[in-house]
Design a protein around this ligand. Structure first.
Ligand SMILES: [Zn+2]
Length: 306
């Protein structure tokens, strides 16, 4: 079978690899789609993480089950949150699977993992419908957080992104306002919009110092800052401001699929609306990673269809 293999910075090749059978506690999933995640792009541009999650946003049908597998059967529709899924099939331990409803569109299933990341973050941040929220970054992470906030009943969400297509998408998906942080100073603008108070919750969804600083400075006294962006470099932050404003800062890097599923059932949101491109496995470098690395004017979420 064909599989995209990550070798290092800007080095991904699509190769023919042997088809393996699932071991105890594992299943084999025939991949329908695997989304390119911000972490995948990070590895492509900056080098591997200690435990590489390369290609983990997969969905498809179970094609085989290993010994001792209970609760899953051949044919089941699942999300497989396991690395190595830029491939025709992947071997996945059952604790990295979650089932998706019979009628759910595959495109929707393909963005369940990032939506689950937003669910985890907002649950940890204890967000309330009355909160005023600022999200720095309107890529997949920021937009999934926006949809989660909408599903939670939050009315006021300000967003920033340097790319116009992402600001447009943010407004389309329900952001109150979206602006370019290179043109407008976000903390001052948010103070203005909140009668000097600041945001109850700021969320960093980019992974750079400038947006982290914006989030900290835009948060109100005793406000919360959630950091979900993937940082390449260390960030110098104003610790005096952090202490004197008594900010709570939370890092998040896990998923809560149950809450994401609840949002989908009751929240009237369409996370699949962020999908901009569907490409073949053989096109993963040119049509996927290079497009995202090149600050594409149109791409947001790219799915690989093996
Ligand atoms: Zn991901």
């Amino acid at each position: 079978m064909k599989k995209a293999i990550y070798h290092g910075i800007r080095n991904i090749t699509v190769e023919e690899v042997p088809d393996t059978a699932p071991g105890p506690g594992e299943v084999k999933v025939k991949i329908r789609y695997c989304g390119i995640c911000g972490t995948d792009l990070h590895e492509y541009l900056h080098g591997p993480f200690p435990e590489s999650p390369f290609g983990h946003e997969a969905c498809g049908n179970i094609a085989a089950t290993g010994p001792d597998v209970t609760g899953y059967a051949v044919g089941d529709r699942v999300c497989a949150v396991t690395p190595g899924a830029f491939s025709e099939a992947v071997i996945c331990p059952t604790n990295r699977l979650f089932k998706i409803p019979e009628k759910m569109d595959w495109k929707r299933a393909a963005v369940l993992e990032p939506l689950s990341g937003a669910a985890y973050a907002l649950d940890r941040g204890q967000v309330k419908p009355s909160d005023t929220v600022f999200i720095a970054g309107a890529g997949t992470v920021g937009l999934m957080l926006l949809l989660g906030l909408k599903a939670t009943g939050v009315q006021t969400v300000f967003m920033t992104d340097v790319l116009e297509n992402r600001r447009k998408k943010a407004k389309e998906l329900g952001a109150t306002m979206a602006w370019n942080p290179d043109e407008i100073k976000s903390p001052a603008r948010i103070k203005e919009l909140t009668n000097g108070r600041g945001a109850d919750l700021s969320i960093e969804a980019v992974g750079i110092e400038a947006t982290l600083k914006d989030c900290l400075a835009a948060a109100r006294y005793q406000g919360t800052v959630i950091v979900q962006g993937i940082f390449t470099a260390r960030a110098g932050i104003n610790m005096l401001g952090f202490v004197s404003r008594e900010t709570t800062m939370i890092g998040t890097n896990s998923i809560n699929p149950a809450l994401a599923m609840k949002w989908l059932e009751t929240g009237n949101i369409r996370p699949e609306g962020i999908i901009t491109d569907i490409i073949s496995l053989s096109d993963i470098v040119k049509g996927g990673f290079d497009v995202l690395a090149g600050k594409s004017k149109t791409a947001i979420k790219i799915l690989v269809e093996p």
